[in-house]
Design a protein around this ligand. Structure first.
Ligand code: C2O
Ligand code: CU
Length: 493
């Protein structure tokens, strides 16, 4: 019956009724009063209080250990707001060293970007800093510390901006934060086995070493022993529960420091709908490859009752690799069916992504171009862009209003998820019209691959640009995009 009344007016009315009910229950305010208040201040302020502090955590299986946390939890609390809201986060530092929070993927004012030395001095122990930004771009994002190795000690969390006007329909939604863990005090900084940079020495590729760190310089990647989803590993991972017929939206958020996942769901087809928060023409992918810092929203239809697994391929992750049960209500099967990873499976490539809406109508040529050759790992432990080790790296100067191209190459043996702060870039793709080049903020550049991206320089400031492998970033694979004529970190967008 209700379906036949499915006119715009009716949807509005039903929504309104729902809202009213919620309001009455929640605050005991008469609904009309609240509507007036809302009309008077369309931009809502959403406040959050974060204490960064060491805390004992437990990933549901394995040892208890001390990690660095927001409010005692890993991942940190979910920030979920609506497009147009003003987000205000009070960060109080109870850690023994300085910290910051970076709002990964969000184009905000430079002074709020949270990169120590680049946009703000670190927030020192005992101090408080207030971050504030407008949630202008709907989508799946994350936040994390940008100081030292703190990301790999547990300081990250999901950040979801719901669109002001819903344009998708689904019955259930789950945000899945993917995390790689060293389950020992200190997480990624623990004294643990580490991998020498791949290709560093002949015959040593990928072999583990019991080095707590190289003799000098940055830490090498740890050998992880737990892959968590929302702070739980292995059998403790919270299942996704569905009912037959549900349309299920998963927000995949890779907050890992050094792990790329290849994800596949048994018994179902995954359709990618958003890349780094941005809507794309829905594309089916056998396997979803997700690099550090990337986010994909995927959708599936629950049309195959049973007990299934969303699992990562075992690309060196071993037995601890990540597996999320997907369980239909009322199904009794005990054993979950794992997905098969066999030859011939495809993971959708960036070149197959097409923006759902035009991302740029202008045909004006690019004003500036920078080659960014990624390299390193060969001698010693540094990772480089154009042979340079940050902070001794060329600043990429741009002028407001310019269209800037970054041309990536990769002469190293590893893949690098490159991330630009403060902007979305468009992935250059000669096969489709420029107006539909997909917007992203993080892109994996593989061994010997070339990828070009372009961005519109519309957000003055000093913006960090780096590999989102934390250990590559700390070993120098970074530089700064700076606007000419802009005072350092003034952030007047
Ligand atoms: Cu997740 Cu510099 O960023
Ligand atoms: Cu890298």
């Amino acid at each position: 019956m209700i379906d036949t009344l499915n006119t715009d007016n009716d949807i509005t009315r039903r929504k309104f009724l729902k809202t009213t009910a919620g309001v009455v229950l929640g605050s005991c305010l008469p609904a009309p009063l609240l509507s007036l208040a809302e009309a008077a201040s369309p931009k809502k302020m959403k406040e959050f209080h974060f204490s960064a502090s060491p805390a004992k955590i437990n990933l549901g299986q394995g040892p208890e250990f001390t990690a660095w946390t927001y409010n005692g939890k890993v991942p940190g609390p979910e920030i979920r707001v609506t497009e147009g809201d003003i987000v205000r986060v009070f960060l109080k530092n109870f850690l023994p060293e300085g910290t910051t929070i970076h709002w990964h993927g969000i184009p905000l004012k430079n002074a709020m970007d949270g990169v120590p030395q680049v946009t703000q001095p670190p927030v020192m122990p005992g101090d408080t800093f207030v971050y504030e930004f407008e949630a202008r771009t709907p989508g799946s994002f994350m936040y994390h510390s940008h100081a030292g190795y703190q990301l790999d000690q547990g300081l990250y969390g999901p950040l979801i901006i719901e669109p002001a006007k819903m344009e998708e329909s689904y019955d259930r939604e789950y945000a899945l934060v993917l995390e790689d863990w060293v389950m020992r005090n200190g997480g990624g900084t623990a004294r643990t086995e580490r991998r020498p940079p791949m290709g560093m020495m002949h015959g040593m590729m990928g072999r583990r070493r019991r080095f707590p760190s190289p003799n000098q310089g940055a830490l090498w990647e740890p050998v992880y022993d737990g892959y968590a989803v929302n702070g739980k590993v292995a059998a403790a991972i919270e299942p996704i529960s569905v009912s037959r017929g549900d349309r299920v939206k998963l927000r995949l958020i890779n907050a890992s420091s050094a792990t790329v996942y290849y994800l596949r769901l048994s018994g179902h087809t995954l359709t990618i709908t958003h890349a780094d928060g941005n809507p794309i023409r829905p594309i089916v992918s056998d396997v979803v490859r997700i690099g550090m810092g990337e986010r994909y929203d995927v959708m599936f239809t629950a049309d195959n009752p049973g007990r299934w697994l969303l699992a990562a391929a075992d690309t060196g992750l071993g037995e601890s690799r990540l597996r999320v049960p997907v369980i239909y209500k009322g199904v009794t099967a005990k054993e979950a069916e794992p997905p098969l990873f066999h030859r011939g499976l495809r993971s959708a490539a960036y070149t197959e992504f097409e923006a759902r809406r035009p991302t740029d109508e202008s045909e004006s040529p690019i004003d500036r171009a920078y080659d960014q050759m990624l390299s390193g790992g060969m001698h010693g432990s540094s990772w480089t862009i154009n042979g340079q080790v940050y902070p001794a790296a060329e600043t990429l100067l741009v002028t407001k209003g310019e269209r800037v191209r970054l041309s990536y190459g990769n002469h190293s043996m590893m893949s690098h998820p490159m991330h630009l702060h403060g902007h979305f870039f468009r992935v250059v793709n000669p096969a489709i019209p420029r107006s539909h080049w997909v917007l992203k903020d993080t892109i994996i550049v593989d061994h010997m691959q070339r990828i070009d991206v372009e961005f519109l320089a519309d957000n003055p400031g000093r913006w960090f640009h780096h590999c989102h492998n934390l250990y590559h970033m700390e070993a120098g694979m970074a530089n700064v995009v700076a606007y000419t004529g802009d005072t350092v970190g003034s952030g007047d967008a």
